[in-house]
Design a protein around this ligand. Sequence first.
Ligand code: MN
Length: 250
Amino acid sequence: MAVKQTAGRRDLGDFAPKFAQLNDDVLFGEVWSREDKLSLRDRSIVTVVALLSQGLTDSSFQYHLMTAKKNGITKTEIAEILTHAAFYAGWPKAWAAFRMAKEVWKEEVEGDARQQHENAMVFPIGAPNDGFAQYFIGQSYLAPLSASQVGIFNVTFEPGCRNNWHVHHGDQGGGQILVCVAGRGYYQEEGKAAQELHPGDVVNIPAGVKHWHGAAPDSWFSHLAVEVPGKNCSNEWLEPVTDEVYSLLK
Ligand code: MN
């Protein structure tokens, strides 16, 4: 997808139309847009370090810091990038860059963590899962992805959030498949040890099995919930996963 840039034409379109066109159409429209060759995130790192090394900590540097944040660079990562670059580019240049980076990444840590989680997956977090809130401890979110043939929902859990013990009932099929897409979470069947879940993990939950799923205490977590077709399908919601049980998890 082409990166859209209009700053060249906006600021220099009348004065230097060729420069404006090269800036907007070639540098951004062609080079920055080669996402299949190098990600926007990586291009942001290259650009920030290249500008820093020249001591160009001006408004264009601020623009590139904001772009780096939008492209998924976290507060922790920019601090590490600038610290690393300081040894090669020069200590005072890093100081100047840090003053600007502090402003760009000053939002609350919680907002950053949620944004970072959303950036880590291709599916949206969706809306607060109010319809099922009574069966969850903590805040969860729901994004319907498929509403026909087979129901598929992206379910996101904030750190510490988990659903109650429950059973997916059904005949000739039924049950649920979880496909983990981002963060770190847990799945537990009654009478068994909890199983840690990471992106790419798939859990097959047969109909009739009592279980719960949710986030790790210190991580956001998202899984797709696939409703396996069957006859007489229904969900039975049971008791919450107590702090005693949940606190045993790491
Ligand atoms: Mn379930």
